[in-house]
Design a protein around this ligand. Structure first.
Ligand SMILES: [Mg+2]
Length: 318
């Protein structure tokens, strides 16, 4: 498959046509119209075989995932996704692989009305880079740094499932049983919390998406906000699927340090907490109140009220 055939495959597989795209894929550059009263938010993320995903990852999953991780970053800024560009380094341009990859990519692109406006391909090791543009109403982006002491910390979803799924994918032939499939799918097909994050614009004072695990990412957000926290890990949702594959201690460790969750962790002032919990009832994922921000820096980790010693092992995936 040559470069022209590759571009044609992508163009043919794309059904999203955004009215704000003046000139789309196929020219030297794309031309787009930034919505009136909005600011652009730009994110980029690279997935490299052997570092971010194991060798043998299905092409459909890789196509989905390279967009999902960028949608997750954009969501964490409170931005609405608009346009993507894709840089693909491929060892071989196999037409079946490309067709599976585009199917995964555009499945998610259609769900969030993202138009692919450009890209590039080279021959090389398997590496995928997506740059995604989104918009927020002027002055309404949500950074990591806006929280102050005395506010509430929340996290979405089922932490640890993706890390358990990644391990299952590496260690054993994936059995057809529902539990393993749920965990593996959590790793291969993370659901970016775009809709949920958009609901938080004007409510959350700080937000981050969880790529490296709650333990690391929460501290990053708190450091950016120059605040600390008291957090109870006993409140974290450990799914029945995760519990059935791992003991309680290991499940909690995966939830805190496993990574690849692509959930959102955010902070809201106490007087908005009730309103946020009300809104979250309509979400497709659970929302958990973890604890509160404090003047004292650092995180005080508790488990059901008593001090919790964080396990010092972290997971190296590959
Ligand atoms: Mg991020």
């Amino acid at each position: 498959m040559n470069e022209q055939e590759l571009i044609s495959t992508f163009v043919g597989a794309q059904h999203v046509r955004r009215p704000d795209v003046v000139l789309g894929i196929g020219d030297d550059g794309a031309v787009t119209q930034v919505p009136t009263g909005c600011e652009l938010v730009i994110v980029t993320d690279t997935l490299s075989e052997g570092t971010h995903f194991p060798k043998g990852t299905p092409a459909d999953a890789l196509g989905y995932r390279c967009l999902a991780v960028n949608l997750s970053d954009l969501a964490a800024m409170g931005a609405k996704p608009l346009w993507a560009s894709l840089s693909l380094s491929l060892p071989v341009a196999d037409s079946q692989w490309i067709s599976d990859f585009t199917r995964g990519f555009f499945r998610l692109a259609e769900e969030f009305e993202v138009e692919l406006v450009g890209g590039d391909t080279v021959n090389g090791p398997l590496v995928v880079t997506v740059t995604l543009h989104g918009c927020v109403r002027r002055g309404h982006s949500i950074s990591r740094s806006g929280a102050v002491a005395g506010q509430r910390i929340y996290v979405t979803g089922w932490l640890g499932e993706a890390a358990a799924g990644c391990r299952a994918l590496l260690n054993e032939p994936v059995s057809a049983d529902g539990v393993t499939k749920r965990l593996v799918d959590a790793f291969l097909y993370p659901q970016p919390r775009v809709r949920e994050a958009l609901d938080l614009v004007g409510l959350a004072t700080a937000m981050i998406d969880l790529s490296d695990g709650l333990y690391t990412d929460l501290q990053r957000m708190l450091d950016s906000s120059s605040t600390g926290a008291v957090v109870d890990v006993g409140r974290i949702n450990l799914s029945p699927a995760l519990r059935s594959q791992s003991g309680e201690t290991e499940a909690l460790q995966l939830a805190l340090t496993g990574g690849d969750d692509y959930e959102i962790c955010f902070i809201v002032p106490a007087d908005r907490a009730k309103g946020v919990e009300e809104i979250a009832r309509a979400w497709s994922c659970p929302l958990v109140y973890l604890g509160d921000t404090t003047v004292e820096r650092g995180v005080c980790w508790l488990r059901s009220g008593s001090k919790f010693d964080m396990p010092d092992t972290t997971y190296e995936h590959f």
